[in-house]
Write a protein that binds this ligand. Structure first.
Ligand SMILES: C[S@@+](CC[C@H](N)C(=O)[O-])C[C@H]1O[C@@H](n2cnc3c(N)ncnc32)[C@H](O)[C@@H]1O
Length: 253
C-alpha cells in the first residue's frame, strides 16, 4: 500500500509546509475567513464551498472548527483532489471542475452556500474571468452568505516596499528549503510523481496543466477585487484581512 493511501495527513502536512514557505501567515487568513463564517452562521453548522480548494485545506479546517459542517471542495487538479478525497473520506464532497468555464456551477451538489472561500488560487485566472466568476459565486450563495478570496493583493501605493517584502520572503524561503523545513514547489511535485498511488494522477495532471504549473500571475490590489465584487452585485464588499503583500477580500450577498 502506498504511503498516500495510509497517510493522506502526510501529504496534507507537506503541502501546508510547501505553501507556508510562500505565505508564513497562511493560517491567519484561514482563521480570519472562518471567523467571518462563524459571525454569519452563529452556531449553526455552515454549508461551505472551498473553491479551487486543492487538498481541501479550508474545508478540513472548517470541519475541525464547525462539527457537522457540510463542505464541498472544488478544483481541477487530479493530484490535489485525490489527496482531498482521501482526507475528507465521507465528511465532504469533492468536485472536479474548471473555474475557467462558467458551467462549473452545474457540478455542485448543492447551492445556497453560507460561504464560498478561496485562497491563493484566483490569480491563476485572467482578469475578465475573475470578474465574471465573482458574479457566478454570488449566485451560489444564500442571501447574507459571504465570499472570501485571500490571494496576493499588493498595495499599489507601496511598490518598493512590496518588492522588499517579496525579496525578504524569497530569502526566508531559501533558508527554509536549505534547512529542510519546507519542500519547494518543484520538489513537492517530484515527490508526488514518485508516489505509487499519486503517479498516475501526476500524469493526468499534465493534461490539465501542460506547463507543469501555472503561467498566469495577475495580482491586482485589493481595491480591484472590492470594486469587482461590487460590480458583481454583492451588497457589501471590503477587505477582511491584510498581511504583507496579501489580503483577503469579502463580499456579502
Ligand atoms: C496554490 S493552490 C491553492 C490551493 C488551496 N486553496 C490552498 O490554499 O492550499 C491553487 C489551486 O487553484 C486551483 N486552480 C487554478 N485554476 C483553476 C481552475 N481554472 N479551476 C479549478 N481550480 C483551479 C489549482 O488546481 C490549485 O489547486
Amino acid at each position: 500500500m502506498s504511503a498516500y493511501l495510509s497517510r493522506p495527513d502526510m501529504w496534507q502536512t507537506s503541502w501546508d509546509r510547501q505553501q507556508e514557505a510562500f505565505m508564513p501567515d497562511r493560517e491567519e487568513r484561514f482563521a480570519a475567513m472562518l471567523r467571518g463564517v462563524a459571525a454569519i452562521t452563529r452556531g449553526a453548522p455552515p454549508c461551505l464551498l472551498d473553491l479551487a480548494g486543492g487538498t481541501g485545506t479550508i474545508a478540513l479546517r472548517a470541519l475541525a472548527r464547525f462539527p457537522g459542517a457540510e463542505v464541498t471542495v472544488l478544483d481541477q487538479d487530479p493530484v490535489l483532489l485525490a489527496i482531498a478525497s482521501a482526507s475528507l473520506r465521507d465528511r465532504g464532497t469533492v468536485v472536479d471542475a474548471d473555474l475557467g468555464d462558467p458551467s462549473w456551477r452545474s457540478k455542485l451538489p448543492v447551492e445556497g452556500f453560507d460561504a464560498v472561500l478561496t485562497a491563493t488560487a484566483l490569480h491563476w485566472l485572467p482578469a475578465d474571468r475573475v470578474a465574471a466568476l465573482y458574479g457566478e459565486v454570488r449566485e451560489v450563495l444564500r442571501s447574507g452568505g459571504i465570499f472570501v478570496n485571500a490571494d496576493h493583493m499588493p498595495e499599489e501605493s507601496l511598490p518598493s516596499f512590496s518588492e522588499r517584502l517579496r525579496a525578504h520572503a524569497r530569502e526566508q524561503r531559501e533558508i527554509a528549503y536549505a534547512s529542510g523545513a519546507a519542500t519547494s514547489w518543484g520538489d513537492w511535485w517530484r515527490h508526488a510523481a514518485a508516489d505509487e498511488f499519486l503517479r498516475p494522477k501526476v500524469v493526468e495532471r499534465q493534461n490539465v496543466y501542460p506547463d507543469a504549473g501555472h503561467t498566469q500571475e495577475w495580482t491586482p490590489p485589493a481595491i480591484w477585487h472590492v470594486d469587482a465584487l461590487r460590480s458583481a452585485g454583492f451588497a457589501e464588499a471590503g477587505v477582511l484581512w491584510r498581511g504583507g503583500t496579501d489580503a483577503a477580500v469579502v463580499g456579502v450577498r
